[in-house]
Design a binder for this molecule. Structure first.
Ligand code: NDP
Length: 248
């Protein structure tokens, strides 16, 4: 597996916690150079140091994915330092679930900004480099909620359906440039994601559920490693994974 991962330059957004952090550590162990993006600079700088101390290669570049100039800076810095970008994992996301009749309009907008526009910003920042290189892989984190809708997930699901739609459209368009695209759809994974749900009852219900069935973020790390590890003529387009105990 490590053969096609070793020495690849992999940018990961949302690398300060949860699945992005775990994927960064795993890919670095497999020999990738990882570039860590997130807003909390202290967290990604510490992670970069930990990876370096363990013998890996890592760089932290703080970036808010809702700001195209910051995402461009993340990608430009990567190319300046390492000469190219092999993979971007557009993984940053938020999930402030709530029923629509509670009218948490600001949260709806934030989800659209981070989960959709953030992914688009990542694509816009890497595409010029990848088109020029004639190789690259764009991995976008959707969700089981990008296939299904559950109580309180209407807007979140809409953003994750959008991630699947735009990634599939991108897949078809970037054939001339030899670029691969992958959608990853996790089920319930134990991370910080539920901490930002503002509705106490919805948060409690989801925390109870994830505490019962949720799996480790290592699951995500193994899936992205699998997708990246394929030979260049194999394009893993979508992976859905769930806890074995998850019904939805
Ligand atoms: P976490 O809350 O642990 O991680 C979310 C990451 O996104 C953090 O690193 C956070 O960093 C980053 N982030 C949030 N907003 C921004 C922003 N504006 N700019 C840059 N980075 C941002 O959750 P997960 O690891 O669970 O989430 C990762 C992805 O997986 C998300 O897209 C989520 O929707 C998706 N997902 C999660 C599932 C789960 O069960 N956990 C299931 C299905 C999908 P910082 O705050 O430092 O900016």
């Amino acid at each position: 597996m490590a053969d096609h991962i070793k020495n690849k330059v992999v940018i990961i957004t949302g690398a300060s916690s949860g699945m992005g952090k775990t994927a960064a550590k795993h890919l670095a162990t497999l020999g990738a150079t990882v570039v860590l993006g997130a807003r909390r600079a202290d967290k990604i700088e510490k992670l970069a140091k930990d990876i370096q101390n363990a013998g890996g290669k890592a760089l932290a570049v703080a970036a808010d994915v809702t700001k195209l100039d910051q995402v461009k800076h993340l990608v430009d810095t990567t190319v300046q330092q390492f000469g190219r970008v092999d993979v971007i994992i557009n993984n940053a996301g938020i999930m402030p679930l709530s029923p629509m009749d509670r009218l948490n309009v600001e949260e709806w907008n934030s989800m659209i900004d981070v989960n959709i526009k953030g992914v688009l910003n990542g694509i816009a920042a890497v595409l010029p480099y990848m088109m020029e290189q004639k190789f690259g892989q764009i991995i976008n984190t959707s969700s089981v909620a990008g296939h299904k809708i559950f109580n309180g997930s209407a807007v979140y699901s809409a953003t994750k359906f959008a991630v699947r739609a735009l990634t599939e459209g991108l897949r078809m368009e970037v054939k001339p440039y030899n670029i691969r695209t992958t959608i990853v759809c996790p089920g319930a994974v134990k991370t910080e994601l539920l901490e930002h749900i503002s509705e106490a009852d919805i948060q409690r219900a989801n925390q109870d559920y994830v505490a019962e069935v949720g799996i480790s973020p290592d699951s995500f790390a193994r899936v992205v490693a699998f997708a990246i590890s394929q030979p260049e003529d194999v394009d893993i387009n979508e992976v859905i994974f769930r806890p074995t105990a998850q019904e939805l």
